[in-house]
Design a protein around this ligand. Structure first.
Ligand code: GLN
Length: 206
């Protein structure tokens, strides 16, 4: 973790799972969206937060490190206990109840009744951008950045579909109660609307 993360401001305490991935980008977006970001690498740090972001990065690495840091069971407990959680890209993979195209031994934390296919857009195009109207996000379509992104292949009855990629029609944003996931990276564009939605979800639960 770099030292130049700004000092915590006010707002709800929102952790960022800080094992691997674009942690600093989520820190900045959360702070701009009115939250107090905290890094989470230890179970004791997880106890301090009202909500959690699981960043984009590499889900296989995040999973392995979460096991090494003995975070998987504490994370599963908080998520199943209703802690608001937002996963972007690799974070979406971590929140899937069912995973396709994971590597041997890769598990997920679960929390959203969905099947996610890892690296699903990979063979067509590795990275791309699209404008996606999102349910629950007011204003114009959101510029969505996809980087070796997953898609959602199937959802259970409790899952609200928030958005789909216009090119493929695939589901790329979902919500189930206090759990939110996007296949793309709102933390990379400077558009704070998804982070604001999540910070509101955290405030609603405090
Ligand atoms: N392909 C990555 C994975 O499997 C996700 C990519 C990302 O988070 N940008 O975790």
């Amino acid at each position: 973790m770099p030292d130049h993360i700004p000092a915590a401001a006010g707002g709800p305490a929102v952790g960022v799972l800080s094992l691997q991935g674009d942690v600093i980008e989520h820190f900045r977006a959360l702070e701009s969206a009115g939250a107090r970001p905290l890094r989470v690498r230890r179970p004791g740090e997880l106890d301090q937060v009202d909500g959690l972001v699981i960043p984009g990065g590499e889900s296989t690495t995040i999973w392995k490190l979460a096991e090494i840091f003995e975070l998987t069971e504490p994370l599963r407990k908080r998520i199943s206990g209703g802690m608001p959680v937002f996963g972007s890209c690799a974070g979406m993979i971590m929140l899937a109840d069912r995973l396709l195209d994971g590597i041997a031994g890769q598990e997920t934390l679960g929390g959203i009744d969905m099947t996610v296919r890892r690296n699903a857009f990979g063979r067509q195009v590795d990275s791309f951008e699209a404008d996606i109207p999102l349910t629950g996000v007011p204003g114009p379509a959101l510029r969505a950045v996809f980087i070796r992104a997953p898609w959602v292949e199937e959802t259970g009855p409790e899952v609200e579909i928030l958005g789909a990629d216009p090119g493929t029609g695939r589901i790329v944003a979902v919500r189930q109660g206090p759990a939110l996931a996007t296949a793309f990276h709102p933390e990379l564009t400077g558009d704070l609307r998804v982070h604001k939605l999540f910070v509101d979800m955290v405030r609603d639960r405090i």
